[in-house]
Design a protein around this ligand. Structure first.
Ligand SMILES: NC(=O)c1ccc[n+]([C@@H]2O[C@H](COP(=O)([O-])OP(=O)(O)OC[C@H]3O[C@@H](n4cnc5c(N)ncnc54)[C@H](O)[C@@H]3O)[C@@H](O)[C@H]2O)c1
Length: 348
């Protein structure tokens, strides 16, 4: 008998890297993908699995409780991996409302339905659980895995790393909404003993990312001969992780992480935006050189993002030491694969 897992937001960037990987790796799972297909979702991201009998797509809103309850009942959902979110910081500055609704209310709807479905039924939940949030109690229950971000920790100076015990200090409406959703999931562990995992990951890059994000924006504008826009002085630092490495970490945490724990995920690939743009241009120069000059000549500094966090960097030693995960790609190997993928997308 197969286990039915609900994946939310599977038509987005990371979810659409995750589902094919997961289906390929585990023949014992069926995946139900609940995705609203907002502007950020792209069903074509999942073409490769659309006919897979172990995959089912449902277009719908995670905030729609009736629908979420229907899915849990209809498919006897036995695990959740929750990606769905509004995810673009710039949009959260312009229109925070939808971030609060999807990221906070949507996460609450999911986690509450999961709790009621898995734990209010006496035949499922007949054991005591502890309140310390980190015991093994409840690990036999289905698991709710919440995908979150390192942005909940705020910004760093030139030194230091985010650990799992760094206090939350979100600075944008996006990161505040993700911090809120983390807290809700945490509370369902502490209050009800739900089998939860939270993973907080650094910036991802790789195939299938929406055009609005930094790396696709750099590649697209470079190829079009347009200015390549870089915020402010370009010295903002992010800890870049190849999306498939993130997917492998999620897989590991979902299967082997300890109930109630949070795990930071990052590749120790701290790069500032100037380096990112320059490296991409250099890669493009090698793969598809311009008639004259370098793509680097198109880099243009534009007005900085409001409240732009200066530096994020992750200490991923907990997931490394406890679960044995480490990133397989470094920035240079991952960016080569990424640029090759976008060259096919943009140039055919
Ligand atoms: N991209 C990153 O660098 C990064 C880093 C760390 C954590 N995360 C987290 O990972 C998750 C996935 O990020 P992503 O970059 O793939 O995002 P994305 O914006 O590419 O995809 C989000 C997906 O969620 C769907 N969605 C949005 N609102 C929905 C709703 N109300 N109901 C159902 N589906 C809805 C969209 O249609 C889309 O397919 C998010 O929770 C994000 O916070 C992302």
């Amino acid at each position: 008998m197969k286990t039915n897992i609900l994946v939310t937001g599977g038509a987005g960037f990371i979810g659409s890297n995750f589902i094919p990987y997961f289906l390929e790796r585990y023949s014992e799972y069926n995946v139900v993908n609940l995705d609203l297909l907002t502007y950020a979702g792209n069903i074509d991201n999942l073409k490769e699995i659309q006919d897979n009998p172990r995959y089912k797509f449902i277009r719908g809103d995670i905030c729609n409780r009736e629908l979420v309850e229907f899915i849990f009942n209809e498919y006897s959902i036995n695990g959740v991996i929750h990606f769905a979110a509004e995810s673009h910081v710039d949009n959260s500055i312009k229109t925070p409302d939808v971030f609060i609704k999807t990221n906070i209310n949507g996460t609450h709807t999911l986690v509450d339905v999961a709790y009621r479905f898995w734990m209010e039924k006496p035949f499922v939940y007949d054991q005591k659980y502890s309140n310390d949030g980190s015991s093994d109690e409840g690990t036999t229950l289905p698991r709710f895995h919440h995908i979150s971000t390192d942005e909940v920790y705020g910004t760093l100076g030139l030194t230091g790393l985010f650990t799992e015990s760094t206090p939350y200090a979100p600075n944008s409406p996006y990161s505040a909404s993700k911090a809120g959703s983390d807290m809700i999931v945490r509370s369902y562990r502490h209050t009800y003993g739900l089998n939860t995992i939270i993973t907080n990951c650094s910036n991802n890059y790789g195939p299938k990312q929406h055009d609005e994000k930094l790396i696709p924006t750099i590649i697209r504008n470079a190829l079009k001969g347009n200015p390549i826009p870089i915020y402010g002085d370009g010295k903002n630092i992010r800890d870049w992780l190849y999306a498939l490495d993130h997917c492998k970490a999620i897989d590991l945490a979902y299967h082997s992480g300890k109930a109630g724990e949070t795990y930071n995920i990052g590749g120790r690939n701290e790069k500032d935006n100037n380096y990112v743009a320059t490296k991409i241009c250099q890669t493009l120069d090698e793969l598809k050189s311009k008639k004259e000059g370098s793509y680097r000549d198109q880099i243009t500094h534009v007005e900085d993002r409001a409240g732009h966090d200066r530096r994020y960097a992750i200490d991923a030693s907990k997931i490394k030491n406890d679960l044995g995960w480490k990133a397989e790609e470094n920035f240079e190997s991952g960016i080569l694969k990424t640029v090759e993928w976008y060259l096919t997308k943009y140039e055919g």
